[in-house]
Design a protein around this ligand. Sequence first.
Ligand code: SER
Length: 883
Amino acid sequence: MQYRSGKELRELFLSFFEEKGCKRFKSFSLIPDDPTLLFTIAGMVPFKSYFLGIKTPEVTRATTSQKCVRTNDIENVGRTARHHTFFEMLGNFSFGDYFKNEIIPWSWEFLTERIGLDSSRLYATIYLDDDEAHDIWKDKVGLTEDHIVRLGADDNFWAAGPVGPCGPCSEIIYDQGPEYSCGKPTCAVGCDCDRYLELWNLVFMQYNRDETGNLTPLPKKNIDTGMGLERLASVVQNTPTDFETDLFKTIIDKACELSGVEYGTDSKKDLAVRVISDHIRAAAFMIADGVLPSNDGAGYVLRRLIRRSVRYGRLLGIEKPFLVDLLPAVRESIGEEYTELVERSSAIAQVLNIEEERFSKTLTQGDDLLETEILKIEKEGIKVLPGEVAFVLYDTFGFPIELTEEMCDERSIKVDKDGFITAMEEQRTRARASSKQTSSSIEKNIYTELANKLDMTTFLGYTETTSDAKILAIISNEELKESVTIGETAELVLSQTPFYAEKGGQVGDTGLIVAEGFEFEVQDTLYPVQDLIVHRGVVKSGSIKSNANVTASIDFNRRKNIQKHHTATHLLNEALCRVLGNNVRQAGSLVTPTFLRFDFNYFAPLTVDEIREIERIVYEQVLTVLPVKTTVMDIEEAKKAGAKALFDEKYGDEVRVLDIKGFSIELCGGTHVKNTGEIGLVKIIRDEGIGSGIRRINAVVGQPALVVFQRYSQTLSTILNMLGEDTDTILGKVENILDEKKVLERKNKELQVKAAMADIENSVKPAITENGVDLILEKFAGITPDLLRQIGDRIRNKFPVAVIVLIGIGNEGNVWMISLASNEAVAKGAHAGTLLQKLATTMGGKAGGNPSHAQGGVKDASKLNDALTKAPSIFAELMKGQN
Ligand code: SER
């Protein structure tokens, strides 16, 4: 068989299916528009709504090489020949077009004729009762009976998840030869070992499975096939595992170079090299598609992969950050096809660097802690790591729980996961609050039905503020209505409209839709689903029926303010890049008539100077009165022109490009001012971090900016008047006031201490006296440990033969305690350390020390009173033991 590189195989596949009439799509994002999935797990995911019949596809045949991530088996990656987190799926899809009769012979033709696989090594598995597939394999392809194997649902029924499109499938198996066999007498097609390799899955997608498990036939019969490129390359290149193929070779070589490993000489080291080589591909692609490390969702998976790689790097003896050094190898092996790796290379490097450094700082400490705990456990013979320890590793040292589990597993120790989960509860609640989107654009409802049925509303609002239109549909409470009348809220769909529907961060327009005797106040305009614009509002007078002719007019003043903020957002985007560096990427925005919000990836708060410079640059463009132009062009042309784009946004082939002459060029569907002079004043009013390396800027322009300046200036004047200062002297004055305040606060504290001391000296009495030694027992709330110690010294002066136990209760309910015993008390057998330890234990806390001095703490104050009641008898007991 002729050698072919991964790149050649990808191209052969895609062009083969192009010849069969399939449209070639570029790989879709790794992050699907589907709330049931964290990642794109198969080539069919981006086409799900076509299979379900919810959306009508623009073509009925498609082919892709799709970036996929699967995370269900991360621990196995590197240990087996073919587990990967990231892989490419070669796929072809029929949406109600070709079916079994075509795809089965085509797949055979591709594998045997195009690629030249030895047909005697190929087998087909089919679903138990799928006689149709059987006959095609036998009669059309010519496979003999012994090469057609019927298997059950586990092997030959495919579904992307518990609900959704699914169907029986037929897998093409490649026999790698007996040397790959597990050796069991039962080893045959269907065996999980490496001999019978599942090469290509042909899914006959004909059902939808609902939440109760019921299968209903889909509107049309579809085809979804998927073949792992890495596997195919491994067969064609005749390598023992996927990791020796050219798709991985450069990365493996680089990882070996960085760690000084000679691949193939030490199986443990090989494993680490494979893990790193797999994970770096996944991490780079995830970041390129907009994922950032975090503690939930896709970001958590990314964090796990990066941290797992760092740990494996350490096992290979790599002490310094190294992941970034692997990126050129990743680009070399696969960057030609996936240009996002090149375009986003500095962002990828930046995110990897930060995450790696962050974890490296705590890895050694965490390792030490885990080692100590494991030794303890091994000594005690328990074999279970307490959940609390796993949580400390997670929370303080950043060890993903799965990493802790894996590290424990290497020592045959289990992790108390329930204990971990309990300890995690709080974080969980937080994670849930920030969790993923709640509605899916692939949900089937009245909106998707309308979107399919009606022609898309023509948007006139780039040039018009008012227009005639026909009402195409009236929706109220998610139902179609024939008419609406005064007082009712409704959503109107129009044939054409000047109203901008919320998109790309720009809020929807408001305004009026009128006809004779009828007035409808539009309070918002939006896309409830892609391809459908609704005008949401309330009938102010009269009533109206579907099909009526109306006049629609936007609130133009409001729109003008929105446009100013929108164009200013573009200026700000460019100015941020110029001041903070080209790695800055927009992560989201909100453009309203009164303010704008701009989210971008950056890892530090902006300095006063940076903010001032950004404002200056933006304002300079305003003063220069730059013309603002839009052009519709081909996406590739726009990219070539250097247009900025949102990296996780899906764009069509034709895009609208906004050009602020000579300053900024950006893809944008929004509405804008005609020249930057219209924007007027510009002021950034807030810069804040919103987690995961994203910062948020709020700014105002035009009239709203004037209001802000007026408010600032008014507040300043009032302060100047109050303090009798002017703008030159006010700062010095405020500093003085603050200094004085500090001094007064300190003095006040000292007085408080004195008062507390005086009171203590008078009020303290021994709780019990045993063997001539007094026990002094006092608790205080809201004082510092330092002060507690001072109080202890004072009491010691008054009670020379005593053990003093002082307890402080912190604001969070935590308890710390000290115990002091005088020399005389020690001579009589008192022991501050033992006493405090016993006391702490009754409260579930810890303490330690020597006979004359001890300290300790308790997390929870609820048992404090009980312990205090018991303290005298504990003390008495201990003292008696000394007699
Ligand atoms: N969706 C099927 C799979 O992932 C075929 O593409 O195996």
